[in-house]
Design a protein. Sequence first.
Length: 259
Amino acid sequence: MKEEQSKEKDKKFGMVIDLDKCTGCGACMVACMAENNVPFKEDESNKRDSITWLRIYKLTNGKPFPDADICYLPRPCQHCGGKGEHGHSPCVSVCPATATDYSKETGIVSQIYTRCFGCRYCMAACPYHARYFNWWDPVWPDGMEKYLSPNVSVRMRGIVEKCSFCFHRYQLAKDKAYFEGRREIEENEYQTACTQACPAGAIVFGDLNNPEHAVYELKKSGNAFRLLERLQTNPKVYYLSGREWVRRAGDNYLKDEKK
């Protein structure tokens, strides 16, 4: 009986991103960097060693005008659940320092910076390229250190970092509920920075296991898909698109399979 009760309480936080609404404005990327103290360089033109927890990709259908079509795809960490009931996400499985872990309480893949020693096995294992190696100690322009979030630690060089679904906001929401004598938090009390910043309302965040949350029904849509789903990594980020070519591109179909 206790096992059944614990399973009912388990949360699985995730996103549903409507690609037909996304305009590629980049507001989610800026909000993510500001909220999580993501460091940046003076020259960000070299993307090989830059850090962007949330990156927007541009997809095209490869057809000439007037049949050309474009889609913008935001890609945070997918927070994979792994194959099967007792599976692990690819990054968790290979980390020798247990610097990354999967939370059964929230479904979030964490990154413990003080444990990471920069072997980058997790980067090699991640099929979504959602992890970034910090090649330098962050240098903040004069005065900007005053705007850093006190809820997120600043990372040192030589470690891997990634999207955390703004987990610190979940902790703050739990603390607030505890002091108010509540056991559960409301849907609007825990929202990621990118969700709140999206002007088009393309990003919806919530508990995928909770029927009262918007993401619960959205993920069941016939237009919903997940990136590289054939790998069975069981990601918690769902995408919506009414365009078939977008859905097929999300699963990385080969050219001869498009016929």
